[in-house]
Design a protein around this ligand. Structure first.
Ligand SMILES: [Zn+2]
Length: 304
């Protein structure tokens, strides 16, 4: 027989905050473990409670578990395990089987973002954020205005006028871009607790063959806005090593692609998906294993 006791706690604001933090950590551990299972299932890698629980020790050894109670972490992982077992049982019985969902105290699920040329960003959950509609239009106008300036004689009145027009277009792009990025970064921090991006050397890119005025400025500004918003909202922003994110499969195999290859086809594990989607997943995968930022690492004490 199982007995449950409920206690009402009259807590101080400081205690409230402590409980809140721990609840958030618990949520993150649960979601991290769930995500790991989802990924494992997609890649056909066997995973069970023990495999996940074994990681806890390593994580504790890394010193990330100041607040944590070990058996509570285990208990959470057991719950994830139980959720999956029940899910498969329902599937076997032919019942209506809801797929295990992320816990949503404040809707923390993690996300990886791949910024690109084709669309503004691709997320690790498969969603793609297209470049806004005004973007192409602006590019065309910009090109035309620049051409006009180049054609006119230096020091002439007509050139000054053309320059003024060019500056106006730049200004307009800037404000539209700002608005779009504010909305997007706000949505990201509202919906995700851990946000992984590539640690892109935007300055380096701007000088390279991909240099495109709109894109370059766009990414740098986007990252700085995201960092600011994530900091304000208490979210974790992880910048991972960008080396080869578009040339690696989730299974670790190198899958070389040219810039024009839009599809990812891995001969080792059979994964076929869009190039950017895989990159975004690789980014979140790297964020997970980066030593200072393990998501499963952020453990918890039990909240009774
Ligand atoms: Zn693969």
């Amino acid at each position: 027989m199982r007995k449950t006791f409920k206690y009402r706690i009259f807590s101080t604001p400081a205690q409230d905050e402590l409980v809140d933090v721990q609840l958030g950590e618990a949520c993150r551990l649960y979601n991290g473990a769930l995500q790991e299972r989802r990924d494992a299932w997609k890649q056909r890698v066997p995973i069970n409670y023990y495999k996940q629980a074994n990681q806890l020790k390593e994580i504790r050894a890394a010193g990330d578990l100041g607040l944590a109670n070990f058996s509570c972490c285990q208990d959470l992982l057991r719950r994830v395990h139980k959720t999956y077992e029940s899910f498969f049982r329902r599937v076997q019985r032919g019942e209506k089987a809801g797929y295990p969902r992320f816990k949503s105290r404040r809707r923390f699920a993690e996300i990886g973002i791949d910024v690109g040329l084709e669309s503004f960003a691709t997320l690790s959950n498969g969603k793609s954020v297209p470049n806004p509609r005004w973007y192409k239009e602006c590019e065309r106008k910009l090109r035309r205005a620049q051409r006009r300036v180049a054609r006119r004689r230096k020091g002439s009145h007509r050139r000054r006028k053309a320059v003024a027009l060019l500056q106006k277009i730049h200004q307009r792009i800037k404000s539209q871009r700002n608005e779009f990025q504010h909305k997007f970064t706000f949505w990201l921090v509202q919906n995700f607790g851990v946000i992984a991006i590539e640690d892109l050397n935007v300055k380096g890119l701007a000088g390279g063959m991909l240099a495109k005025s709109v894109h370059d400025v766009s990414w740098a500004a986007f990252f700085s806005k995201l960092a600011y918003q994530a900091g304000n909202a208490g979210r974790r922003l992880i910048a991972v090593n960008p080396r080869g994110t578009s040339q690696t499969c989730l299974c670790g195999t190198k899958v070389l692609k040219r810039l024009s290859d839009r599809e990812h086809v891995c001969t080792a594990c059979g994964l076929i998906a869009s190039r950017d989607h895989v990159s975004a997943q690789v980014i979140i995968q790297r964020a997970r294993i980066s030593p200072s930022n393990l998501n499963v690492a952020e453990c918890i004490a039990c909240v009774v």
